[in-house]
Design a protein around this ligand. Structure first.
Ligand code: ATP
Ligand code: MG
Length: 205
């Protein structure tokens, strides 16, 4: 039987328990063999703010997933010298893996609802099953407006609602408020030790 791989893309600036919970719930509910977290290189959707360096975001993603047997982290998008697009990443996974795995691309509901802005998004149904975790503040009603070919390959997964975002964590860190229990302990230490997010949205080189 083909290996079932969940791919979870994200800026992960920083990775937090909302990401880990969504990935784990999707893994369990769909009996996926493993999850690969793919931090973005130059996020096409986030050009309006300076994003923390890819190496810092990659390091935090590694720290957050270390010791979880089914969780892996890929450098494929951060090593790419062009902007990251999901279709390219999925094609790369399929090309590199033999025998062919079955891919499940995992997003939160907010990301799914903006799918029509992604490059070549109508190719996604031929590459993967789309898996979308519910997220506080976003209504599943919006799914009805998506193209039928997208909805056909979509699995909506109900997860315990955890109203946390990287934006909220960055602003807490900037204001010197606690981020304890919102991110794994090692990620919290990394943010503190490297002084991330202190100067608002200034990138570290
Ligand atoms: P930002 O506030 O910077 O946009 P974020 O918390 O949304 O950060 P991203 O890296 O943008 O994190 O998201 C990566 C993926 O994780 C997206 O598909 C997003 O929908 C999903 N996700 C993030 N937080 C949650 C959450 N609390 N519950 C469910 N899904 C989530
Ligand atoms: Mg986001």
């Amino acid at each position: 039987m083909a290996e079932k791989i969940g791919i979870m893309g994200g800026t992960f600036d920083p990775i937090h328990y909302g990401h880990l919970l969504a990935a784990e719930e999707c893994r369990r509910q769909l009996a996926l063999d493993r999850i690969v977290f793919v931090p973005t290189g130059t996020p096409p959707h986030k050009r309006n703010r300076a994003v923390t360096s890819p190496e810092d975001r990659y390091a935090m993603t590694l720290l957050a997933t270390a010791g979880v047997r089914e969780f892996f982290v890929s450098r494929t998008e951060i090593d790419r010298d062009r902007p990251s697009h999901t279709v390219d990443t999925l094609e790369e996974f399929l090309k590199q893996s033999a025998p062919q795995p079955e891919l499940f691309f995992i997003t939160g509901l907010d990301a799914l609802l903006s799918i029509a802005t992604w490059k070549d998004y109508m190719q996604l149904p031929s590459l993967c099953t789309l898996v979308t975790a519910t997220r506080p503040g976003y209504s599943v009603a919006g799914v009805d407006a998506l193209p039928i070919d997208i909805r056909r390959v979509l699995k909506l997964i109900e997860i315990p609602q955890f109203a946390i975002s990287s934006t909220e964590i960055r602003s807490r860190a900037r204001e010197g408020r606690s981020i304890r229990f919102l991110v794994p302990h090692l990620v919290e230490s990394y943010i503190e030790n490297c002084g991330l997010y202190r100067d608002s949205e200034v990138p570290r080189i």
